[in-house]
Design a protein around this ligand. Structure first.
Ligand SMILES: Cc1cc2nc3c(=O)[nH]c(=O)nc-3n(C[C@H](O)[C@H](O)[C@H](O)COP(=O)(O)O)c2cc1C
Length: 323
C-alpha cells in the first residue's frame, strides 16, 4: 500500500512527506536522506552563503538521484535574487519561498522546470500566491517551529484547501511529527505534510551543540513565539533570552535588525558549523509544539517510513470506525 496524492504525482516522489527547508538545519545529509527515503528533502538555504548552496546541492546529487528542493526567504533583501541561479543550475526540482511570494522569479523557475511553492500562514497569503502562479502552497499553522503566524494548523489547512485546493496541491505544516499528523492532514484535504522540528532530532540534521538534546527533553508547552532573535514572530525554545524580551519588549528592533543584534550578542548561530559550542540557555533554537511528542534521535529515513506506515494504520483504523 502507498499514500498516493497530487503531491506525489506532481513531484514524482513515493511518499507525501516533505522535509521543511529549515535554515541552519536542512543541509545536504538531511536533504539527501529524506529524498532517498522517498519523501523530498528541501534545503534551508536562508543561512547559506552564495558559495555554499552550490556545494551543498552537489553533495546531494552525489548521494541521491531523487528530487530535492531549496527554500529561501523572500523577505531577506536580495536573498532570492542572489540564490535563484544556483537553485536552477544545481538541479533543484522545487523552490519554496518563506516570508513572501517570489513573484519576480516564478516565470524564470518555470522556464527551467523548477516547481514553486509558497509558505502561507493565512488564507489570503495562499490566494495571492496561487494568483501569482505558484504550483503548490504550504499552509503552516502557528504550532510550527520558526517564523510563524497566529492561525492553528487544524483551522488553517481546511480553509486553505477550500480557497485554493481546486487549483494546486496544499501541503500541511506546523506541529506535525508522526503518521497520525500525516493522516489527519490528508483528512483535512491536504496532499502531504511539510515537517520541520521532528527532523531536527536526527543524526543527519545540522545543529549547534545541545540543540537536539534540548528538543528531546522538552514538553509541548516549552516553546514560545518571540521576536527576540529576528524581529519577526518566530516559534523557538523558551529560554533566558526570550524571557528578557518578554519583559522588555521596547528593546526589540524590527526585522532584520534584531537578527543582527542577536548575532552580535552571540545568541544566534543558525547556520554555524555542526556542533558549534553555544550557550543553550540563550541560543536561537526554533522549534514547534510537536516537540513534546518524541524523545529520541531517529535516522531521517526511519522517520519518513514510520510516518507513512503509521498514517496507513491510522487511515485503516478510521475506516473501521464506520463499520
Ligand atoms: C530550525 C528551523 C528553521 C526554519 N527555517 C525556515 C526557513 O529558513 N524558511 C522557511 O520557509 N521556513 C523555515 N522554518 C519553518 C519550516 O519551514 C516549517 O514550516 C516548520 O518547521 C513546520 O513546523 P514544525 O517545526 O512543527 O514541523 C524553520 C523551522 C525551524 C524549526
Amino acid at each position: 500500500m502507498a499514500l498516493h496524492t497530487r503531491l506525489t504525482d506532481m513531484l514524482e516522489i513515493e511518499h507525501p512527506v516533505m522535509l521543511a527547508g529549515m535554515g541552519g538545519v536542512s543541509y545536504h545529509r538531511l536533504v539527501a536522506a529524506v529524498s532517498e527515503a522517498g519523501g523530498i528533502g528541501t534545503f534551508g538555504a536562508s543561512t547559506m552563503s552564495v558559495d555554499e548552496l552550490p556545494r551543498e546541492m552537489a553533495l546531494v546529487r552525489q548521494a541521491t538521484s531523487k528530487p530535492f528542493g531549496v527554500d529561501l526567504l523572500t523577505a531577506m533583501p536580495g536573498q532570492v535574487e542572489a540564490g535563484i541561479q544556483a537553485v536552477i543550475d544545481g538541479g533543484a526540482r522545487i523552490f519554496v519561498a518563506g516570508l513572501g511570494v517570489p513573484r519576480e522569479v516564478i516565470d524564470l523557475l518555470h522556464d527551467h522546470n523548477v516547481l514553486v511553492g509558497s509558505m502561507c500562514g493565512k488564507v489570503r497569503h495562499a490566494v495571492g500566491a496561487v494568483a501569482s502562479g505558484v504550483d503548490f502552497v504550504v499552509a503552516q499553522g502557528t504550532e510550527g517551529g520558526g517564523h510563524t503566524g497566529v492561525v492553528a494548523t487544524m483551522a488553517l489547512v481546511p480553509q486553505v484547501v477550500d480557497a485554493v485546493g481546486d487549483k494546486v496541491p496544499v501541503v500541511a505544516a506546523g506541529g506535525l511529527y508522526d503518521g497520525r499528523g500525516l493522516a489527519a492532514s490528508l483528512a483535512l484535504g491536504a496532499d502531504g505534510v511539510w515537517v520541520g522540528t521532528r527532523f531536527i532530532a536526527t543524526p543527519e540534521a545540522r545543529a549547534v551543540a545541545g540543540y537536539k538534546d534540548t528538543l528531546l527533553g522538552m514538553r509541548e508547552d516549552d516553546t514560545v513565539i518571540s521576536r527576540a532573535y529576528t524581529g519577526k514572530t518566530c516559534r523557538v525554545v523558551r529560554n533566558e533570552w526570550t524571557k528578557h524580551y518578554e519583559s522588555n519588549p521596547a528593546d526589540l528592533l524590527p526585522f532584520p535588525g534584531q537578527a543582527v543584534a542577536s548575532t552580535r550578542a552571540g545568541v544566534n548561530h543558525l547556520g554555524a558549523e555542526d556542533g558549534t559550542i553555544v550557550d543553550v540557555s540563550r541560543e536561537f533554537m526554533p522549534a514547534g509544539q510537536g516537540v513534546g511528542g518524541f524523545d529520541s534521535l531517529v535516522p531521517a529515513a526511519d522517520i519518513v517510513r514510520s510516518m507513512v506506515a503509521e498514517a496507513e494504520r491510522t487511515l485503516e483504523r478510521i475506516a473501521a470506525v464506520r463499520r
